[in-house]
Design a protein around this ligand. Structure first.
Ligand code: ATP
Length: 331
């Protein structure tokens, strides 16, 4: 990436016009250098308006992440965390997986102001944009083996919902195994956040999890159109103005609490709370199988290891998260 791209984007973060000349003077470079740096930003998918005589501007003001504000929002557990904020990363999970293989410390978090190649489950992609999304990955090390972590992704969902509810976003619900939806009686559920967990370690232990989270903050129309399912953002569902650094700090605080609890007591002690948050509990659902088949049933609950229990025409069936994708029957 061009080294001037982010210094210039910081100047443009106020959402106002800045002339090429004023930017060039501030950064002590030529106007052509400014233009080149902004071309590089556009190649990363950042939309920039350029108007002759007025200069450059972003479509709207954006709030970039700020380390001190994140740490303040974590509160008493802040000393647990090692925090790294990047301007741009292809994928926060890929970056953390790379760090994990070189011995990165427990409770490290990498966050990116701009993630350009975010990943979902099974090779799917996660769309994000500058100011549009909060994207971060947390490394958590466990004494137990990877085989004991089957309920982990559901536990992470509980942490996200606790954080969102504490910020007044009480419409946030979970969709098994771990998507965060906004679900009201008035409208079909829309996806607010996704979680991608990657594990490393022996079945016997110790093991480590890289927990990637993407939350939509303010999705521009163009980005929303690139997503092939209904999506929403914090800006559309919150009555207050939520600062992304504060949101990240509050999420990390709740993740630390839930993950410590999960490590000591497993998912079973979080199961009732998870079920309360499940958007499709006791609802008719459709299961999408990797081979394209669709089957139908009604959700009856989840087991202590996070397995989904569904009442189907063949009786109660159990599904693990790798086996199916869950959808409302109307979707
Ligand atoms: P599953 O039910 O199996 O989790 P999923 O479609 O939600 O299915 P994930 O791997 O969790 O799959 O997430 C990736 C999917 O999320 C993408 O294929 C796309 O449909 C959707 N998606 C991508 N970016 C966003 C975003 N920013 N906001 C909401 N949804 C998104």
């Amino acid at each position: 990436m061009n080294i001037l791209t982010f210094p210039i984007l910081r100047l443009l973060a106020d959402g106002k016009f800045h002339s090429g000349e004023a930017i060039a003077q501030q950064l002590k470079v030529s106007r052509t250098t400014v233009w080149n740096a902004l071309q590089a930003a556009e190649k990363l998918g950042v939309e920039i308006f350029s108007v002759r005589g007025r200069g450059y501007k972003l479509p709207q003001a954006v709030t970039l992440l700020d380390e001190i504000s994140v740490l303040n929002a974590i509160g008493e557990h802040r000393a647990w965390f090692t925090l790294e904020i990047h301007d741009h990363l292809a994928s926060t999970n890929s970056e953390m997986m790379r760090k994990l293989s070189s011995g990165q410390a427990h409770a490290s978090c990498v966050a990116a102001n701009l993630q350009t190649q975010g990943r979902g489950r099974r090779g799917r992609s996660w769309q994000a944009g500058l100011g549009a999304s909060l994207t971060f990955s947390l490394l958590w090390r466990f004494q137990c083996g990877a085989s004991a972590l089957s309920g982990l992704s559901l536990a992470v969902g509980v942490a996200l919902i606790r954080a969102l509810h504490s910020l007044g976003i009480t419409q946030a619900r979970l969709k098994w195994p771990n998507d965060v939806l906004i679900s009201t009686n008035q409208q079909a559920p829309e996806k607010l956040a996704g979680i991608l967990i990657e594990l490393q370690g022996d079945m016997e232990g110790p093991s480590a999890a890289v927990i990637g989270v993407g939350i939509n903050l303010n999705l521009p129309k163009k980005l929303k159109q690139q997503i092939d399912q209904a999506a929403t953002d914090i800006n559309s569902v919150s009555t207050q103005n939520i600062n992304p650094s504060e949101l990240l700090g509050i999420l990390l605080k709740h993740l630390a609490e839930v993950l410590s609890h999960f490590e000591q007591q497993g998912f079973s002690s979080l199961r009732d709370e998870w079920t309360k948050y499940h958007a499709y509990h006791q609802q008719p659902v459709k299961m999408l199988h990797p081979d394209g088949r669709e089957t139908f049933g009604t959700v009856t609950g989840v087991a202590d290891d996070g397995i989904l229990l569904i009442n189907t025409a063949l009786g109660e069936q159990r599904f693990s998260s790798g086996e199916i994708s869950l959808r409302a029957v109307s979707a």
